[in-house]
Design a protein around this ligand. Structure first.
Ligand code: NAP
Length: 508
């Protein structure tokens, strides 16, 4: 049952007087529950509990942490249809997507559980001492990874489950040994509270310390900023807008003790289609990309927002076909009225720039918060000279850039900011000549795809979901996949330490 309250550790609490409701975007009405923003006192209690819990939780074995993570997964599954219905009512997304995202969420939790059962993830280095080495003895050095401390995770609007309350940031931080305080997303506070209740049940069932998890609601930035500024918080995870991520990053840098902030922000995910690829399969590529642009109503950070190609006899045929196919896919509801407003505003901004032609745009919508999918075209020179076209339009929107030659295409890539992904659609016969394009993309992106689409991010140890700024604030890390755990630990070395005082995982 939803209460609208915060979880301050294991305790439900709603002492404040600032409230908000979530919105059902399909019906364009507020959902019934009133959510109460946490007060400064409640925040203080949550942070203090989490610091206290850290002293115990950091020493709990990987095996016990694994049981905790698996129990969270079980409890999320046990929420059953109530969770699915809440997710749909707060996001406008269909039941199939809700069930798929829940599957991904529990899979992530179980994957981290499996990972921390063994200690390999710590990447220990044992350099055995040589007391009789000449001319000076060599010390015994044992390097491991230890958790940073309490972490604040900002839930993402576009993944109410997989990048939210028990999403990848939370799963990886808990796996690493860090307590988590969630800043719940105000657009899906009900989904967040249900998942938080599952985590709290797991905390109690597995005997984890009170404060290892808290769920804080609120909207209007006060709560999020207070958490990031709090001296007991030691790291932050965020998925959302560039403006929001950057503001939190700057806030953390201004603290007396600056802390790491791992933000995953905007991306337009450039796709290069060679002339040979268009020559041999323009229609197939148009079908594939119409699906990728509109998937999830374009509300994925990996949506292909930019398609680059060198002008050939097939270019116009392809663009017209892509536009036709994109707008023939039924328009869907967006996550929230604010996101819809942002889509309209940013889409208009790009399509009104000099040289941009709207090649296709849906003109009839089923409701207020539905998105009109849109495909546009522009020349390489107009694109390069106008950075207003280089920013994300969050929704089913894509811009095709027609370059006069490969040099211009590479220049267009070089003018882009950092991106999560880059894609090359090419033929066997192109392989010899792709070198410069690959080099240009590699300098801009965290993952490069060959003959595929960027949407669909596999949870794997080999995944990189991050990239040069502003795709993420620290391109050395991924926010998806098992390597995400590395964000929440720091290297630590024991020198000359008595064997019996070393942790089990650093014994010979
Ligand atoms: P957002 O505005 O960045 O907000 C995300 C979270 O960060 C919210 O909890 C918000 O708290 C908090 N926040 C934002 N700015 C803050 C600040 N200055 N100080 C403290 N907290 C702050 O993202 P959103 O609400 O999810 O969506 C807005 C737009 O972001 C979308 O339209 C889209 O353009 C973009 N977006 C991109 C991606 C992507 O993956 N590329 C994903 C999601 C959203 P409050 O609720 O308290 O303000």
């Amino acid at each position: 049952m939803i209460t609208g309250k915060n979880y301050i550790g294991n305790r439900l609490s709603g002492e404040g007087d600032k409230t908000h409701h979530t919105v059902n975007p399909k019906l364009n009405i507020e959902n019934p529950t009133e959510f109460v923003e946490a007060t400064p006192e409640e925040l203080e209690e949550a942070v203090s509990l989490s610091e206290k819990a850290f002293q115990t939780y950091k020493k709990i074995s990987g095996g016990k942490r694994a049981v905790f993570l698996n129990t969270i997964a079980d409890e999320i599954d046990a929420l059953g249809n109530e969770l699915i219905q809440m997710y749909c009512a707060e996001s406008g997304l269909p039941e199939g997507r809700a069930a798929g995202e829940r599957g991904r969420t529990v899979f992530q939790l179980r994957a981290f559980a499996k990972m921390v059962r063994k200690d390999d993830w710590r990447q220990n280095v044992i350099d055995v001492g040589q007391p009789d080495r000449n001319p000076s003895p060599k010390p015994d050095l044992r390097k491991t990874s230890i958790p940073l401390g309490p972490v604040v995770v900002f839930a993402a609007s576009n993944f109410p489950l997989a990048f939210s309350t028990a999403g990848g940031d939370t799963a990886s931080a808990l796996a690493a040994g860090c307590p988590v305080i969630i800043k719940s997303h105000a657009m899906h506070s009900g989904t967040g509270e249900l998942v938080a209740s599952a985590i709290i049940k797991a905390v109690k069932k597995t005997g984890m310390p009170n404060g290892v998890f808290s769920n804080i609601t609120g909207r209007g930035r006060t709560v999020g900023q207070a958490l990031v500024k709090h001296p007991k918080i030691k790291a932050v995870g965020f998925t959302g807008s560039i403006a929001g991520g950057r503001a939190l990053f700057d806030l953390a840098a201004q603290r007396n003790e600056p802390i790491p902030v791992f933000t995953e922000m905007g991306s337009i995910n450039p796709v290069v289609i060679t002339s040979n690829a268009l020559d041999s399969r323009a229609e197939e590529i148009a079908t594939q990309y119409a699906g990728s642009i509109t998937l999830g109503t374009g509300q994925f950070c990996t949506k292909p927002g930019l398609i680059l190609t060198v002008e050939s006899e097939w270019t116009q045929v392809f663009i017209k076909d892509l536009a036709k196919k994109t707008i023939s896919i039924e328009a869907q509801c967006m996550l929230h009225p604010n996101i819809k407003d942002g889509y309209v505003e940013n889409g208009n901004l790009v399509s009104q720039q000099k040289g941009v032609t709207v090649m296709g745009k849906i003109d009839t919508l089923l409701g207020e918060n539905y998105a009109a999918s849109q495909v546009n075209a522009v020349s390489g020179s107009d694109f390069i000279s106008n950075p207003k076209m280089h920013s994300e339009v969050f929704g089913p929107f894509s811009l095709v850039v027609i370059c006069k030659d490969e040099k211009e295409l590479i220049s267009a890539i070089n003018h882009l900011e950092g991106q999560l992904t880059g894609t090359i659609m090419a033929e066997e016969s192109d392989k010899e000549t792709l070198g410069e394009v690959v080099d240009a993309l590699q300098s801009r992106v965290g993952r490069i795809i060959f003959n595929g689409v960027p949407t669909g991010v596999e949870v794997s140890g080999a995944m990189t979901h991050g990239g040069p700024y502003p795709a993420s604030s620290d391109s050395r890390f991924t926010s998806v996949g098992l390597e995400a755990i590395k964000r929440w630990v720091r290297p630590f070395t024991y020198q000359g330490w008595p064997k019996e005082m070393l942790p089990d995982y650093l014994q010979d």
